[in-house]
Design a protein around this ligand. Structure first.
Ligand SMILES: C[S@@+](CC[C@H](N)C(=O)[O-])C[C@H]1O[C@@H](n2cnc3c(N)ncnc32)[C@H](O)[C@@H]1O
Length: 418
């Protein structure tokens, strides 16, 4: 049988969706494992799998409405149907193309079933899904801790691709750049653009800016300007390292991942910024000096990045969140030992789970009486960053929604008694 055009990209999307949902991989890693595709087909495959992950509960409800058979969650039939419907809803693929590229994926298998379900749904007509449902366990968890309004905001935000945020090495450039490119500057050194093609934007090659969600740029702003030696712990790929180096700090950047450090090195080269790089596991590494300030941007469930990485909602389970919290507590313990008296320790996570944010800090403060919270002072962070009664910063879905929203984050600055 002659191969149908576009099936290769769909087959790759199927492989990616399967790797994410059944094997718990990130979409980036799953995409990286797929070879022998043109860059265009690879991009299409990632887009299709991503669109399916943004709307999975709604796609499943549609599928279930069109068949009496209960298709197991990880069955090939359900996976192929999810991908076909995601193309219809998220990418506007014509009906004939999505059917023609779906059926070869189930040849020798449930072809009739898939054809039947798709035919039924397409004949009936499929409504757009404005605010996709979150996975029920995530909706329940977030409604419990943050309230229903935050869940509704997250639902609206997961449907759309976020804008492109740039951080500039030189704050003086931002207003003019925003004006020239139809963007907006929502904080010092920040520009938000609607365009998404990074390499075509002026200034990339010269390293005048790097891509960094506005929320992710906030923790480094809490490092005191007069801190000379700064340890950037868990630093790669280096968004915060570049901010610290651009602000004039002498930075030691530590990360356990050799691959991610390669990206950090490339980022520094492109932006002409300097930092001392160390490949080490922070749980065993010992620095030969104490630091004036430390930024610990800890590994976490990353559920705050669900707009760009919708798969985080499926990867973060209570057990992985608890494991994350344990690691974060250990990393904080280590970092605390390397801070000079009077120094500042900034802790941040791109997580919407209080177990990885507020609770880690509560536990840390209870067991480290020499540390106290040092709340951000006026002007240190943009006004939209609300500060809790404890002096911590929590960024939730819904914040700056009219301007395009932010990744979810938690951050706080602690100070060691002098
Ligand atoms: C949230 S990411 C850091 C992002 C980075 N700060 C930035 O702004 O680009 C967490 C990093 O922690 C690193 N990591 C995880 N466990 C580590 C450990 N035990 N020691 C050092 N680095 C670790 C990971 O390799 C990863 O690069």
């Amino acid at each position: 049988m002659p191969s149908v055009e576009g099936v290769g990209a769909r087959r790759a999307a199927l492989q990616m969706l399967d790797a994410v949902l059944r094997r718990g991989q990130t979409l980036d890693a799953a995409g990286g494992a797929v070879r022998n595709l043109s860059p265009q087909d690879h991009g299409l495959a990632v887009a299709i799998a991503g669109e399916a992950l943004r709307r999975l509960p709604d796609l499943d409800a549609l599928i279930d409405s069109a068949t009496r058979q209960r298709l197991p969650d990880d069955s090939k039939a359900r996976m192929v149907l999810r991908l076909a419907l995601a193309q219809k809803i998220g990418l506007g693929t014509p009906d004939h193309a999505l059917v023609a590229t779906a059926l070869p994926l189930v040849d020798g298998g449930p072809r009739r079933l898939v054809h039947g379900v798709l035919g039924t749904l397409l004949r009936k007509g499929i409504e757009p899904i404005g605010a996709p449902r979150l996975p029920p366990e995530v909706a329940e968890r977030w409604a419990g801790v943050w309230g229903d309004e935050v869940v509704q905001a997250a639902r609206r935000q997961i449907a759309t691709r976020p804008a492109l945020d740039l951080t500039f090495a030189d704050d003086l450039e931002t207003q003019a750049y925003a004006g020239q490119h139809g963007g907006a500057s929502l904080a010092p050194a920040h520009v938000r653009l609607q365009s998404s093609s990074v390499a075509d934007l002026p200034g990339y090659g010269e390293g005048r800016w790097w891509v960094q969600d506005l929320a992710a740029s906030l923790p480094a702003r809490l490092i005191p300007a007069d801190a000379a030696g700064v340890l950037d712990l868990c630093a790669a790929p280096g968004g915060k390292t570049m901010q610290l180096a651009a602000a004039g700090h002498r930075v030691v950047a530590v990360d356990a991942s050799a691959n991610r450090l390669v990206r950090l090195r490339e980022n520094l080269q492109r932006t002409h910024l300097e930092a001392e790089l160390v490949e080490a596991d922070a749980l065993t590494w010992q620095p030969d000096r104490a630091f004036d300030a430390i930024l610990l941007d800890a590994p976490c469930s990353a559920t705050g990045t669900f707009r760009r990485h919708p798969e985080v909602l499926y990867r973060a389970r209570p057990r992985t969140i608890a494991e994350g919290a344990e690691l974060q507590g250990k990393l904080l313990d280590r970092a605390a030992q390397w801070l000079r008296p009077g120094g500042s320790l900034v802790y941040s996570v791109c997580s919407l789970e209080p177990e990885e944010g507020e609770e880690v800090i509560r536990d840390f403060l209870a067991s480290h009486p020499g540390f106290t919270t040092d709340a951000p002072r006026p002007g240190e962070l943009p006004d939209f960053a609300s500060i809790s009664p404890e002096g911590w910063v929590r960024i939730l879905p819904g914040l700056l929604e009219a301007e395009g929203g932010l990744d979810g984050f938690f951050m706080t600055r602690l100070v060691r008694a002098g």
